[in-house]
Design a protein around this ligand. Structure first.
Ligand SMILES: NC(=O)c1ccc[n+]([C@@H]2O[C@H](COP(=O)([O-])OP(=O)(O)OC[C@H]3O[C@@H](n4cnc5c(N)ncnc54)[C@H](OP(=O)(O)O)[C@@H]3O)[C@@H](O)[C@H]2O)c1
Length: 356
């Protein structure tokens, strides 16, 4: 019971800081003696001390004979900081409890083995919410690209934009607040150039008490967007503009005097590699139809956050969530529903894409 209590406290710390630590995972740690809290810590950002080390420093001598709880298996390798297990062993803690075995090939059970070898009782307590929390991070070791979540606001008949292209308020305020929390947990928010032109979004995180500025990525293969049409310049969160390597030369000239990073790429595999090298591990894809279709057809969407408003829209010039090749039902997958939430009358359905 106490183990679950302290491990969940550690998870709370990790969740609070999610979105700030990439390419590292967000980790929380708690030190307790019996039912008494001794200290706590979280990994603030890449290059900063790991959560366990922050908690151990705070505890100092009080760490001796106590239990260290951490959401993720402590590391045993040299990264930007030294191996955590060495400092844990030196601190005199008598027991370590962690939530998830780190699927990073550099760790993968080595931390647990090193602690046990040093005579420290080390227990993994599997918690479903911890496994869920690290799922995107672990997935990136298999795919070597960022984890992609497609967030779609649509009517109950699957329409993301009516004929007048005014899609801004399909879903309600509660859904919007939920989206801001989701944005805060991501490293970047990605949209197509037409969505920037038509919706004039800001793509920032607007949530009480949350200070977060994920990258805003615009896919604009032909560099048709001009700075004066770019609503994203109205605030200072970073912007990455991505055009095709084959777009006419000098098309990006107009952006030079703006605080915008401009890149050219050859296809989406190349783009994903660039994002990965930049340290991006979780990207929220927010549309529009061409962009959703691009990633869906490429099989790159790891998770769909479908926000469904109980509205039905008629017409023939609207946009469906997905275009793409004609399919028969036999060619489609049945997705696993991970979460179903009532957001004051809108419905959020989170589904995981089948993993290959
Ligand atoms: N309800 C929702 O959740 C939601 C969310 C966002 C947007 N929307 C709506 O969706 C509509 C816009 O959608 P849309 O489909 O017209 O446009 P879009 O997806 O927003 O943007 C298309 C842009 O992406 C570029 N692009 C396409 N494939 C690319 C690739 N492989 N590499 C790089 N760039 C690529 C296109 O370039 P080219 O010009 O070369 O084709 C075009 O500039 C708007 O009405 C908006 O309101 C709804």
């Amino acid at each position: 019971m106490l183990d679950h209590y302290f491990l969940n406290f550690a998870l709370h710390l990790a969740v609070e800081n999610e979105g700030k630590t990439s390419p590292n995972p967000s980790v929380g740690a708690v030190i307790a003696r019996g039912s008494n809290l001794v200290s706590w810590g979280f990994h603030e950002k890449a290059g900063a001390p790991h959560a366990e080390i922050v908690a151990l420093h705070r505890a100092a001598e009080r760490a001796r004979n106590s239990t260290l709880y951490c959401t993720l298996e402590p590391c045993a390798h040299h990264g930007k900081t030294g191996p955590c297990v060495e400092q844990i062993i030196a601190s005199g803690v008598s027991r370590v409890v962690f939530g998830a075995v780190d699927e990073n090939p550099l760790v993968g059970g080595r931390g647990m083995a090193a602690l046990r070898k040093a005579g420290i009782q080390t227990d993994q307590i599997a918690l479903r919410n911890i496994d869920e929390f690290y799922k995107p991070f672990f997935r990136t070791f298999k795919t070597m690209r960022p984890y992609l979540i497609a967030k779609v606001a649509m009517t109950a008949n699957g329409i993301i934009s009516p004929a007048d292209r005014n899609s801004r308020w399909i879903t309600n305020e509660t859904s919007l607040s939920w989206v801001h929390q989701l944005r805060a947990s991501c490293d970047a928010i990605l949209v197509g150039a037409d969505t920037v032109l038509l919706d004039r979004p800001s793509l920032t995180v607007r949530a009480d008490g949350v200070e977060r500025k994920p990258w805003r990525i615009i896919l604009d293969s032909r560099f048709k967007l001009h700075p004066e049409d770019c609503s994203l310049l109205e605030n200072d969160a970073p912007i990455l503009l991505c055009g095709s390597r084959t777009a006419p030369a000098n098309k990006e000239e107009g952006w030079k005097k703006y605080p915008v990073r401009v890149i050219r790429f050859d296809g989406i595999q190349d783009l994903m590699s660039t994002f990965y090298e930049m340290g991006l591990r979780k990207i929220l894809v927010e549309g529009g139809q061409k962009i959703f279709t691009l990633f869906h057809v490429a099989g790159m969407v790891d998770e769909y956050a479908l926000m469904i408003a109980p509205r039905l829209l008629t017409g023939k010039h609207f946009l469906n969530f997905l275009a793409g090749p004609e399919q028969s039902l036999a060619e489609t997958d049945r997705y696993k529903v991970d979460q179903l939430l009532d957001l004051d009358g809108d419905f959020l359905m989170r589904v995981a894409a089948p993993q290959v």
